[in-house]
Design a protein around this ligand. Structure first.
Ligand code: CA
Length: 507
């Protein structure tokens, strides 16, 4: 790959010169720096992607990326919650260093991020959709973002000098605006970074008008752990507040429509949910029957929200094809974390358990990545910044804590690639009341320390992939437990985790 790192000022100086360089190659004959399109969703669990083996839905357009690129089978986050994951992706750092360990924290405007570095290196940079960091988006030539979570319908998009109200479904509108940017603003003489970021399928899982009636006559399979009583784990698993049985709101269950629908949208909504609500009242369900009903209600809306994301991704991929951009555009599909899809009886995320720790991560780059590859290396959202900088031949700051995935994409996993990941969740007290914890996950085991309450869990992921029975303290696991505990300590040192939490216990 040719090296063309330069400041914005340098870039302006040579912009005219590059017009004369052959399209698709550098002056020395090495390939042109690729475009980067990050397709980012919110709370999309990998077990709701058919390329990852979902048994509850089909995602044909995401699957297409997997069929034409590389699917990472073991992609994890450093902290399974929205804003901290986004900050880690942007900075290549854990939350205890980048200043965003919880959703309450703000990314500092001067923090080093990959969009700023790519912009300085001559990339045209754009961000459209959900941003969810309480700071002006720096490093973008153009942005249109929701404020905070944003609504599922009729969003306002904020740009540098304007705010525009749109009528319609937010997933469609974010895609419309993304396509418009590519059609009208993309500079064909420079590579681009385009961050196309959906709100969906975040709670409260409000489907679009085209998906309202998907799955109506189907029964979605229940996960095997829907009625898990957490008896094999610590007290932390008993004191959370994220059960399908007890912690769904009327809005989650669609007994209440979204607040900001137009009269026409509300009529369409009521035509779909009104009869379903009446059916529920008639049934007067209780106990496990009610949990099963609420699971169906929740999971169908979650999957409907994903169906729209997938359809809209298809529109974007078709555009890349039509414009001849597919070959040298790196398309990354990922979420900010996973989600419990009724697993352990829960929704939401936050835990170091597999369902929320994992994220889908699929990379298509026909110019350099073989089609249909599956990679089982342990990779993380921590690696994205370094990967994108590497793709653009930009020097990687020493302060970044991940590793570039580019060697893996080329089929050359380094022999010293990581054999364990470090995780930490800080947001207690907070929504859903998940205790603070940190831990280590290797290819076969996971050790979790709920450090506020002095409890531990150890899971043998091969014998107990659903993590139903902690074997912490079992003589059979004494050796592995001791080894993991030592390794956990050394990882905390390596990643510069402070002894005292940077997050106050009272706000
Ligand atoms: Ca999220």
């Amino acid at each position: 790959m040719c090296r063309r790192v330069m400041t914005l000022q340098m870039w302006r100086g040579v912009a005219a010169l590059t017009l004369f360089m052959s399209v698709g190659a550098c002056a020395d004959g090495s390939p042109e720096r690729p475009n980067i399109l990050l397709v980012f969703t919110d709370d999309h669990a990998s077990h709701a992607v058919s390329a990852y083996g979902s048994v509850i839905n089909e995602t044909p357009n995401i699957d297409r990326l997997a069929a034409e690129g590389m699917l990472f089978e073991n992609a994890f986050v450093t902290n399974s919650i929205c804003a901290p994951s986004r900050a880690t992706i942007l900075t290549g750092q854990y939350g205890h260093l980048n200043g965003v360990p919880t959703n309450y924290d703000t990314l500092h405007a001067t923090t080093l991020t990959f969009p700023k570095l790519l912009q300085s290196a001559g990339y045209q940079t754009a961000l459209i959709g959900k941003w969810h960091l309480k700071v002006y988006p720096e490093g973008f030539d153009h942005f249109e973002v929701l404020r905070g979570q944003g609504p599922y319908y009729n969003p306002i998009l904020f740009s540098a000098d304007d705010s525009v109200s749109y009528e319609g479904y937010t997933t469609d509108i974010i895609t419309d605006r993304t396509l418009r940017w590519m059609q009208e603003e993309r500079d064909g003489d420079r590579p681009f970074l385009l961050m196309y970021q959906h709100k969906a399928p975040h709670r409260e899982w409000a489907p679009g008008p085209e998906q309202l009636n998907l799955f109506v006559d189907q029964e979605i399979p229940e996960p095997g752990t829907l009625f898990d009583d957490a008896s094999g784990r610590t007290s932390a698993a008993l004191t959370q507040e994220m059960t399908i049985a007890e912690h769904m709101s009327p809005r989650d269950m669609k007994f209440v429509a979204p607040a900001n629908l137009t009269p026409d949208q509300l009529a369409t909504w009521d035509a779909a949910y009104g009869p379903r609500n009446e059916a529920f009242e008639a049934a007067e369900l209780e106990g496990d029957e009610r949990t099963s009903w609420q699971y169906q209600r929740y999971i169908k809306d979650y999957l409907r929200s994903i169906a729209s994301v997938d359809e809209n991704l298809g529109r974007v991929l078709d555009y890349l094809d039509a414009e001849g951009l597919t070959e040298n555009t790196v398309v990354v599909y990922m979420s900010d974390q996973g989600f419990f899809l009724g697993d352990h009886g829960w929704y939401d995320k936050r835990w170091m358990y597999e369902e929320s720790l994992r994220t889908p991560l699929i990379v298509r780059w026909p110019a350099s990545v073989n089609a249909g590859e599956r990679n089982d290396a342990l990779v993380q959202n921590l690696d994205i910044a370094q990967t994108f900088l590497d793709l653009a031949d930009v020097s990687i700051p020493e302060s970044m804590q991940g590793a570039s995935l580019v060697p893996l994409l080329r089929g050359e996993t380094p022999p010293d690639w990581r054999d364990a990941i470090y995780y930490q969740y800080f947001e207690y007290p907070g929504p859903h009341m998940v205790r603070r914890h940190y831990g280590i996950r290797t290819g076969t085991h996971k050790l979790i320390h709920y450090y506020e309450i002095g409890e531990w869990e150890l899971f043998d992921l091969e014998a107990d992939p659903d993590e139903l029975r902690s074997v912490f303290g079992s003589p059979d696991y004494a050796e592995i437990q001791a080894r993991l505990a030592m390794r956990l300590d050394s990882m905390r040192t390596h990643f510069a985790v402070p002894v005292v939490d940077p997050v106050p216990y009272e706000r």
